[in-house]
Design a protein around this ligand. Structure first.
Ligand code: TXA
Ligand code: MG
Length: 365
């Protein structure tokens, strides 16, 4: 028999440069070693996957900015595993911060505090504050404890793209550019942590997320939403630098519709854009997806009555439109209560590309 030529499995070779590993004690040891050596490891949290590096190692932190293509003026969150580590990184900690940490940590809440010298300016983008959180995820907590250093971690996506909620999303965006991906399955919450600035009085919510405004108001006497979250235009320097960029965005332009006659409007636009030769996708809800059968792709992140599910599936849904090469996404709005507020914040940001044609309060058609 003639010997068969050896076929190289290119896909395997590509994958083998960087590993995706499931949770095990050994995997955590390996990840911790990489971080201590100055490398980067993607890991799951309860919100989205993060791209972690030793927060006290400038060079390692610079590398995660580079890998993501993140603007240098957008600081990253430092992840800790024990409340006592807060005072190693931050100073002048107000009592409100301690109350919030006690109540919501581990959990999807990030506290912005005045930084101590030990935190490099690379982490905080040159500001005098540092954002800190304790994630509620076994893998994340074990990783932080095993490395025994605070871990700086932005979401593990390319800058501007929807945050990753599975290890596969991380691989799709960052592939071999990082040293290791710890696969912990799909993340529970699906949108990022709530960022609260405790250096201003009263404390301000800079980014809505997994802990709702309503929950914070129950614990803090006085807390407000940053003006940018009230539909006002940003003036001057952004408080949380992440606010000024288009974010969470699929590649296709996304148009967000408000509640009035939403179905009819979307149905008409499906036809209009298809006539222009475009592949049209609709981001609907379980209740409404049946109305858009003419569209090229209809996806629902969940029921309007289950906003937690909508949040959990939101970023994955946005990524699916890209996979199917959709040219235009027509998206429904969701109720802005509870986690729905964070869902709508992400959708409005994703719609940012077409803000110039603003017609309603969402800056969309
Ligand atoms: O749930 C999350 O927060 C995830 C997981 C991985 O922990 N992380 C995350 O990181 O979403 P990132 O880098 O995608 O978003 C961090 C947000 C940005 O809006 C950034 O501007 C803000 O936190 N931020 C970080 N440091 C800050 C600081 N010192 N002052 C104000 N805002 C800050
Ligand atoms: Mg991010």
């Amino acid at each position: 028999m003639k010997p068969q030529p050896v076929k190289l499995n290119i896909k395997f070779l590509k994958l083998s440069k960087m590993a995706v590993v499931r949770y095990s004690q050994k995997a955590i040891q390996r990840a911790a070693k990489i971080i201590k050596r100055g490398g980067s490891v993607a890991f799951p949290t309860e919100t989205v996957y993060g791209l972690g590096a030793n927060a006290l190692d400038k060079k390692a932190v610079r590398k995660i900015f580079r890998v993501k293509g993140r603007p240098l003026d957008n600081p990253v969150i430092v992840h800790i595993a024990e409340v006592k580590d807060l005072s190693k990184l931050a100073k002048n900690i107000p009592k409100e911060a301690k109350i919030l940490a006690r109540k919501f940590w581990p959990g999807p809440l990030t506290l912005v505090l005045f930084k101590k010298k030990i935190v490099p300016k690379e982490v905080t983008a040159g500001t005098n504050t540092v954002a800190i959180r304790m994630p509620k995820n076994k893998i994340a907590l074990e990783l932080i404890k095993t490395t025994n250093v605070p871990i700086a971690a932005p979401s593990a996506n390319l800058a501007g793209r929807p945050s990753p909620t599975t290890a596969k999303h991380v691989f799709d965006d960052l592939g071999e550019k990082i040293d290791l991906i710890l696969d912990g399955g799909k993340t529970k919450i699906g949108v990022e942590s709530t960022v609260v600035d405790l250096t201003s009085k009263p404390p301000q919510i800079l980014r809505p997320g997994g802990i709702h405004f309503e929950e914070l108001k129950k614990v803090l006497k006085d807390v407000k939403l940053h003006s940018s979250l009230l539909g006002k235009k940003l003036k001057g320097k952004a408080k949380s630098p992440g606010m000024k960029y288009r974010h969470y965005a699929p590649r296709a332009p996304l148009i967000l519709f408000n509640e009035k006659e939403i179905i009819k409007k979307i149905q008409n636009l499906i036809k209009k854009y298809q006539k222009q030769g475009k592949k049209v996708g609709v981001l609907a809800s379980d209740e409404t997806k049946k109305f858009y059968r003419d569209a090229d792709l209809v996806l629902s992140p969940g029921s309007r009555k289950n906003l937690k599910r909508v949040a959990q599936n939101l970023f994955e849904t946005l990524r699916k439109f890209d996979k199917k090469k959709i040219d235009m996404i027509l998206a429904e709005t969701f109720p802005e209560k509870g986690i729905g507020f964070a869902v709508m914040h992400r959708l409005k940001k994703a719609a940012g590309r077409i803000n110039a044609r603003a017609k309603n309060k969402f800056g969309t058609e």
